[in-house]
Ligand binder design. Structure first.
Ligand SMILES: Cc1cc2nc3c(=O)[nH]c(=O)nc-3n(C[C@H](O)[C@H](O)[C@H](O)COP(=O)(O)O)c2cc1C
Length: 209
């Protein structure tokens, strides 16, 4: 039940103390992100890790002035592909051929995906890609907590502002979520000992037997 204890320990931290997180712990979070499952395995997102204080400051300004953006150790920016393109889909399958060898079934699947995605509106594809980024985002939250690192899942920011600060448009990316990672500032975080509010099981689960 270690996972449940970890989930009970974590909370959306509102104040961090600026202390630096050891690199190996950051690497462990990044590896968890890398291992996250995604639809068709395409991993249609990137994560930008910001430690530059000036850049963090600029992002805070477009993130409702939330202090953890600046006072975290590492700011993870989850950014999804703005579209599924032929070259992006083919690149994934080329990598698969390198690692697993050619497989006709997978090549047929590649063609199926090209047919499925490349004709659709970019906005629809972006929404799908963003949902994949959310899966990795959730796993990153847990991976941070596993190492007793604090993290604040964040949607409260202006994505266009973050995209501009990080030049994401040129990279065919759009920011989806932020995850400041660091250490809680217990003295200044009123949320630190506040009990979790969660729905009772009866409201969340129903069973078809
Ligand atoms: C997708 C997402 C976006 C969120 N955005 C913010 C945010 O911008 N700022 C913030 O302080 N908390 C944010 N939260 C934190 C939630 O308010 C918090 O997770 C929720 O109230 C449950 O509390 P807990 O995480 O402390 O258990 C966000 C959480 C998620 C999952």
């Amino acid at each position: 039940m270690e996972l449940l204890n970890t989930l009970r320990w974590r909370y959306a931290t509102k104040a961090m103390n600026g202390q630096l997180v050891e690199q190996d712990k950051i690497e462990a979070i990044l590896e968890a992100i890398r291992l996250a499952p995604t639809s068709s395995g395409l991993q249609p997102f990137e994560v930008i890790i910001v430690t530059d204080p000036e850049v963090k400051k600029k992002i805070r300004a477009v993130a409702a002035n939330q202090s953890v953006v600046e006072d975290c150790s590492h700011l993870l920016v989850f950014a999804a592909w703005d579209n599924y393109t032929e070259s992006r889909i083919n690149a994934y399958f080329e990598e698969m051929v390198k690692q697993r060898g050619f497989d006709e079934r997978m090549d047929n699947y590649r063609k199926f995906l090209l047919g499925n995605y490349t004709g659709r509106p970019a906005g629809l594809n972006y929404e799908h890609a963003a949902r994949q980024a959310y899966i990795a985002f959730g796993i990153a939250i847990v991976a941070a907590a596993e190492q007793r690192l604090d993290a604040t899942p964040m949607e409260g920011f202006d994505p266009a502002g973050v995209d501009e600060i990080l030049n994401l448009k040129e990279r065919g990316l759009k920011s989806v979520t932020l995850l400041p990672v660091g250490f809680r500032d217990e003295g200044n975080d009123w949320m630190v000992n506040v009990p979790k509010v969660r729905k009772p099981k009866e409201q969340l689960f129903s069973f078809v037997k």
